[in-house]
Write a protein that binds this ligand. Sequence first.
Ligand code: UGA
Length: 441
Amino acid sequence: MRLSVIGCGYLGAVHAAAMASIGHEVVGIDVDERKVASLSKGEAPFFEPGLQEILTEGIASGRLSFTTDMSAAQGAKVHFIGVGTPQQPGGYAADLTYVHAAVDGLLPYLSEGDIVAGKSTVPVGTAESLAPRVSERGATLVWNPEFLREGWAVQDTVDPDRLVAGVPSLDGAPSEEGARTADVLREVYHPSIAKGTPFIVTDYATAELVKVSANAFLATKISFINAMAEIAEVTGADVTTLADAIGHDARIGRRFLGAGIGFGGGCLPKDIRAFSARAEELGRGESVAFLREIDAINLRRRDRAVDLTVQALGGSVFEKKVTVLGAAFKPHSDDIRDSPALDVAVRLHGLGADVTLTDPAAIENARRIHPQLTYVEDRDEALRGADAVIVVTEWDEYRRELDPAQAAELAAGLVVVDGRNCLDAAAWRAAGWTYYGMGRP
Ligand code: UGA
């Protein structure tokens, strides 16, 4: 099928390449000329495992192209909208400028019977308000949220755990137009549906809410365990053992119970804030008032990691050499948007520490935003002479591959703060380190 994808950031670039990889003919459209130039050469503009391969393959096959020219969307049957919906400056609500611009820019190129499939994360009610503009052109709007995780984006797109389509509905069921639209999306996603991926057809509001409630739930799970870490800190309990133990209950599950410096990235933080803002607008602010607390717990954990480091260095980090391992908001990513790791590094720098930061993928991005920190590519070089080491992104390079005995030979002071509870505390202690975890004795 001929498809267009408007917006070639994380979501759009991966979606375009993944759709080409399953046999569709895809044009990706973005206003950013540099991004389009790099994608057209088959170069991924960001670090995402597997993306490079499917980009190169797609372009070589002739099925995948990128352009800044919106008219290239003409002739595609389905037009995906994958632009960003960042937090508004000075507020909690989502900024829908790019969504509106994408839809308005696309309208002149729509043909009768086309489908516009929104993938961006939007406040509930957005699709309903956009639909009439799309209908006027004889096309149909569907909301088809995306659940990909950075670092697993290709796999999550080609082989998602569920597909959701919010279609035009009447009296709680898809209208005739809605049912037809859902059938076209089934065709688009045929390979994964054939493998048994659930395909849920619903109305606009439910589809939009599925996305934000999923992220709200994940954020809640993380802040829940971080709240337990706070209690563990005053009782001498160990939050990792607690998480293992409650995680054995299948109703709870162990995943996303990783206590540490909390969640960041381009999605969870802004999505829970936009959700609160939207609920307020709907007169239901109280229903998700807990999300404010989720946010507050999350931010407190960054303070805690900084405090632990200060405490570990005897009450002050001033002029102490602190090596920060990690900058990305999570491993397998070079994304530093709202990164707790980078935030901790910057705060330590603000307290007068001589911060040396290393990361396997995110140094360039971090340096652009925070040139005041010292960046060192080589992990061992970064460790040399450190008075304290703090792990803030759980890359395998630190979690599995860093030998505490070897690290002890490089560092000057044997103090390690495990901001992600990802190190083997016993092994580090055995190698002579004073180990500090998050919510661990
Ligand atoms: C998240 C969701 O997981 C995806 O399903 C969703 O599609 C995506 O947002 C989105 O809305 O686009 P992502 O931002 O890639 O994906 O990152 P996650 O894997 O969810 O991690 C988010 C943050 O939570 C990271 O900073 C991570 O370090 C932190 N985290 C995760 C914890 O602190 N503890 C955990 O146990 C798990």
